[in-house]
Write a protein that binds this ligand. Sequence first.
Ligand code: AHR
Length: 323
Amino acid sequence: MRKRICFWLLAALCAGLLTGCGAPEKAPEPSLVLGFSQLGSESSFRIGNTRDISEQAKAYGVSLMMDDANQKQENQINAIRRFIAYRVDVIAFSPIVEEGWDNVLAEAKQAGIPVILVDRTVQTADPDLYLSQIGADFYREGVMAGEYLLKKADALGKERLRIVEITGTENSTPMKQRHEGFMDTIAGDPRMEVLESVNGDFLRSRGAECMQYLLDRYGGDIDVVFSHNDEMTMGALPVISRAGYRPGQDMVIISIDGGQEAIDILKTGEINCIVECTPMLGSLLMEAALAVKAGQPVDRVIHPAERVFSDEDDLSALPPRGY
Ligand code: AHR
């Protein structure tokens, strides 16, 4: 009797070992196929956004077809057409500019494939060409930048502040809305004078070029630099220093995004304020795509929560930014 119990115990143990070690666990079936066209890799925001979307796709069991458009709208349109031909369940993309999408979006609609916009939005004749937009409230970001400047002007006690603006990609949503939000906020204040707005295309190299141009033109007349992203800000800072001015002291520096490198510079005092624009949109995208697939409703616009980091804050306990 004792021998028989031992035999069955041994057999059970072996069976357990075999299933635990020998046969690999079957990978779960992907719940949906998502085609995502990323616009490029121009900034740490963008690189963080691409990484987050890949990681969250894995976490949610979504099969992701990702395409990098290398900063070209034409490449994004081609990628969307490939997703349609492949018959993915949902198409998502971050539109580099707002206009010129009607035809390809009509093709997606015709094929019955829902479209979710990530980060930026589009201008379309037919609002039904996309289902939802998941991204920052860029107008609000511009407002927050302007509000910081109004407070800073009080603190500095200056009668006049001459401002230069380095904007992001022409006709992109963040470029248009950040500009509007900022200008609307400072418009009623007689101390504020905007010298010039120049297009830096969200690139570090262009930020440096724009700053050089602005310094050649206005020199020490510049009191404030409002730059639409960290990348351009970090391109501009060494140019300001080389020209003999102290960024953060001789000129108020306001930036947008809040990547780790820029936050570290903010802590040294060379940047005065950074309005957060979070690239961590992956989980919101996966949840929306899964809801669409399940036939559930999704909000038309989904904004992540964002904040301001400035020289007024104690940032010593700020956790790593992750981008
Ligand atoms: O669309 C968001 C903007 O695009 C970010 O502020 C910028 O860094 C990026 O390239």
